[in-house]
Ligand binder design. Structure first.
Ligand code: NAP
Length: 289
């Protein structure tokens, strides 16, 4: 596309704080160019206090949709008209679609993660999975894994505020899906060991191990791993977390959160444009190093 921005160009965006480091503008703008779509994606650093005003402006400007990142994934719900099933279950939204002023909230983090499992060459449908974390990303993954047909989901978190909040959410999943979901205290290492023995996939969806605290790992005892267990971390900075290193040493296959980032974006792209993101060239340019 020669004249990249025209009088017809449709706006899409990212709202968060901070946002300058985000790879999303590169990924979406590259995809728009590759498909010759007259859209543009911009990142805006916005505080929770400014969020309502920005959303109103986006409606006036007929912005097609936007992503929300920290700290807005929950706050944005106050400004939306409809919710997807995953967004409703989690109470968190990372993608908004604007249909002539009617805003629908979606959560594509879970879909992104489940796609990343497939992209890494694994299949967890009908199998058991252990999930570490009950924060925003963890609940999105938990809901999508249950909706997609994981057989049993063992969720672990340290006791505290988000642990307490997770129980009603997990009760809902047990009512609404065929997946058996249980919540355990992370300090209960005997149960963790038993759950890992029964699991095909372990997912770290806590922020433990993320840069700059790369010397931290949510599991440090290598005896908890077994060779048939695939270990994934949704952190992508560093690319190999300490958890992944320990799992590799124990003979486990591992993968990180980069493809989750790619596929959550691809899902948002489809919601806004109705087109599949051209995954391969984007993957090669920004994700496979
Ligand atoms: P969040 O909502 O703040 O949740 C953080 C989770 O980590 C909570 O379960 C929290 O437990 C747990 N945690 C934090 N510090 C801990 C510690 N010292 N010991 C044990 N548990 C601890 O954050 P989030 O948005 O879910 O993000 C979590 C991670 O996922 C971040 O590293 C983020 O970069 C990454 N992420 C990746 C993608 C991707 O596309 N790959 C997408 C979203 C997020 P408490 O609630 O008890 O504190």
């Amino acid at each position: 596309m020669k004249n990249r921005i025209t009088g017809h160009t449709i706006l899409t965006a990212l709202l968060g704080s901070p946002v300058a480091h985000s790879i999303s503008p590169m990924m979406h703008n590259e995809a728009f160019q590759l498909l010759d779509l007259d859209y543009a994606y911009m990142a805006f650093d916005v505080t929770p206090e400014q969020l309502g005003t920005v959303v109103d402006s986006f409606k006036i400007m007929n912005c097609r949709g936007f992503n929300c990142t920290m700290p807005h994934k929950n706050y944005i719900c106050d400004y939306l008209d409809h919710f997807s099933e995953a967004a409703q279950l989690t109470g968190a939204v990372n993608t908004v679609v604007n249909d002539n002023g009617i805003l629908t909230g979606h959560n594509t983090d879970g879909v992104g993660y489940m796609q990343s499992v497939k992209a890494a060459g694994f299949d967890v449908i009908g199998k058991n999975m252990t999930l570490l974390g009950t924060g925003g990303a963890a609940t999105a993954i938990c809901a999508q894994a249950a909706l997609d047909g994981v057989k049993e989901l063992y969720v672990f978190n340290r006791r505290g505020n988000s642990f307490e909040k997770a129980q009603p959410f997990i009760d809902q999943l047990n009512q609404k899906t065929n997946c058996k979901v249980s919540l355990y205290d992370l300090a209960d290492t005997t149960t963790l060991k038993n759950c890992l023995k029964n699991s095909s996939l372990l997912t770290n969806a806590t922020s433990v191990g993320m840069a700059p605290n790369t010397e931290a790992s949510i599991i440090t005892d290598p005896n908890l791993f077994h060779e048939e267990l695939v270990v994934s971390d949704i952190i992508y900075n560093p690319e190999t977390t300490l958890l992944m290193k320990l799992a590799q040493e124990a003979g486990c296959k591992t993968f990180n959160g980069l493809y989750m980032l790619l596929y959550q974006g691809a899902e948002a792209f489809k919601l806004w444009t109705g087109k599949e993101m051209p995954i391969e060239p984007i993957k090669q340019k920004y994700f496979d190093r």
